[in-house]
Design a protein around this ligand. Structure first.
Ligand code: UDP
Length: 233
């Protein structure tokens, strides 16, 4: 069976314990989840990590474009932290950034990235967002997933899937195990931001929303177990 090519979108919070922007425990946990998932499944893994643990663009006293650039730079920092922790766990990674950050990461080059992925035995990390302001790392994840022809995009969250309403506010909220893109649109469900969702729909890449903070869930998703909510054509 051919290896699945998977794009994992982690939020910046996956490296944080709430009090410190990057905490040793959270970083280690994230890497352990990745390691145990990758070693137990036939998967070619690429990761996009956000920056919300340190910086989100919107800011009253800094121009939006500048603030977004800062956000993209923070994704480089988070990606370096992830790459370092993967190395300490004995895992190879290759870090590519959208914009030139010479000396920190290689410039994104689709052909090189695909060669790396196909050689196997590495986790590819995409830093620097899309390289453009006014976008998010969710959109980055969808864009990179489309560029590398990923089979699936995994959105790691703190909830165990997509609900009909916010389960924290509405006790009658119902969880969906699966949805089509059209159903998600018709029901006005927020799976990812609009650009990300639309790109996945156009390129027919399924999105699985799952609780990354439950130990072993990433491994389960990669092994095809029914975890979270899958949105597909
Ligand atoms: N960002 C951007 N362009 C991109 C990706 C990210 O300008 O292509 C900036 C934007 O300011 C965003 C911040 O980087 O708020 C952090 O990304 P995101 O909010 O997606 O991080 P997450 O919530 O996943 O941790």
């Amino acid at each position: 069976m051919a290896a699945k090519r998977v794009l994992l979108k982690l939020s910046g919070e996956s490296l944080s314990d709430g009090s410190s922007s990057i905490s040793a425990n959270s970083l280690l946990r994230t890497v352990n989840e990745i390691k145990s998932a990758v070693t137990c499944s036939r998967v070619q893994l690429a990761v996009v990590i956000g920056a919300g643990n340190i910086w989100r663009g919107a800011c009253k006293f800094i121009e939006r474009v500048t603030a977004d650039k800062m956000g993209m730079l923070v994704t480089v920092m988070n990606s370096l932290a992830l790459s370092d922790a993967l190395a300490k766990a004995g895992m190879k990674s290759n870090l590519f950034s959208a914009n030139g950050v010479s000396g920190f990461a290689e410039n994104f080059n689709r052909e090189k990235v695909i060669r790396c992925i196909e050689q196997g035995n590495t986790t590819v990390i995409f830093a620097g967002g899309t390289g453009n302001p006014f976008f998010t790392t969710d959109t980055t994840a969808a864009l990179r997933a489309a560029e590398i022809k990923a089979d699936m995009l995994l959105k790691a969250t703190q909830v165990d899937g997509v609900y009909s309403a916010d389960p924290k506010k509405n006790k009658d909220a119902v969880k969906f195990n699966s949805l089509t893109f059209k159903e998600a649109l018709d029901k006005h469900l927020k799976i990812m931001d609009y650009e990300a969702f639309s790109l996945c729909m156009q390129t027919n890449i399924s999105i699985t929303v799952f609780d990354f903070y439950k130990d072993g869930n990433l491994k389960k998703v990669l092994n095809g177990e029914k975890v979270g909510t899958i949105v597909e054509a």
